[in-house]
Ligand binder design. Sequence first.
Ligand code: MG
Length: 243
Amino acid sequence: MAALILSLPVMAQKVCAHRGFWQCEDAGNAQNSIASLRQAQDGGFWGSEFDVHLTADSVVVVNHDPTLNGIPIHTSTYRELLKAHLPNGEFIPTLNEYLHQGAKSDCMLVLEIKPQDTVEATLELARRCVWQLRAHGLLDPSRVMFISFSYDACKWIAANIPGFQNQYLEGVEEPEEVFADGINGIDYHYIAFHKHPDWVARAHALGMTVNVWTVDDPEEMRYLKDLGVDVITTNCPDLAAGL
Ligand code: MG
């Protein structure tokens, strides 16, 4: 009698490339570059994270720090930022350029709204992101989600475009507190889930999504996967995808 072989489905972990898949030759180690987004798309990862800031002349640009090679972004015009280059030779991407590339695949765009110098500027940044996403046909919960250390930005997203994944980043608030303010997800540093492993199930019980940053160690990835987080954000997406 032939042996009955049961084939059980393997649930793949959702992997988000932190600042794109930049740790590869083709991206030239340039975080938040167009090339790093393209590499994340080509790698077939679930999502790709990136950070945005607003220039003095109200251009939304993609960069992690509030400075670019020592040039302050918030008090400089976009033209002044063109004096600098990313490590791979690209200019700092505008959000418009970034979304043009983002529209080319189904890779989830995980947009981090960086706190600006004032709450008003942060909300203006959020507003401009929404306008540009709409212009690119990407204002769709299946194509973009939002994360921020700005609680005001998270609350603005919840109030103005409900229905999108919207995760708070500062891992100090209990899921119930975040949920009470209308924010439907948390994206915390992995140490927060060592201190409070029950936060994952408590968030899920409320229908919230759970993301974790920035996890580059395979043992840590396995711990968080077993804990049941929805997404692992990592600088090593190829490693995480193989777990
Ligand atoms: Mg970020």
